[in-house]
Ligand binder design. Sequence first.
Ligand code: PRP
Length: 206
Amino acid sequence: MLNVALPKGRLGEKVYEMLSESGYPCPEMEKDSRKLTFENSECGVSYFWVKPSDVGIYVERGSADVGVLGKDILFEYMPDVYELVDLGIGKCKMCVASKKDFRDNTEKTLRVATKFPKIATEYYSGIDRDIDVIKLNGSIEIAPLLGLSDVIVDIVETGKTLKENNLEVIKNIMDISARFICNKVSYQFKNDEVIKMADALKRDRL
Ligand code: PRP
């Protein structure tokens, strides 16, 4: 049995669709319910839905053999796992954004609001800029509007949230897409099953 951690939300649903079409269906998952774990013993798979930022923890600790998460989360949390496939979906960018009239005063510490303190810290230390990181958990775009921060470091997908809040991108930091990851012990002891699933996802991606 291969245990698969899927991120709750649109990305996870898309990945489940890909897996279902590749020979790992689990019809029970397609019903509208609040259930979080599902199993299809016939095709040797069990799925569970977790918060996207927790996928790496489940896989690193072996509660899940494999999982799917965005490169942003891999970069931020650095779980000790193997990254096997770039699924080519969930594409977006990690950006610095600000109010349209923002001008950086380099004599002052820059206040940066973000859900990704590590990514923000690494980016600004790379350009030698002093920052004060303000860690938030969501709706980051509000921070500069309320004067809590000068800029934000956040994910931009369509750009709609920025636009509707009168913010603009001032720098692209990195491209992001969904990755298929594997627990290091499972890679050794369930290698055939893991590779089979990775190959099925690769085929689907092409
Ligand atoms: C993400 C991100 C932006 C938004 C970008 O938020 O933090 O707010 O999506 O998408 P767009 O460019 O297509 O508008 P999410 O939906 O994950 O919610 P959150 O604010 O609670 O983090």
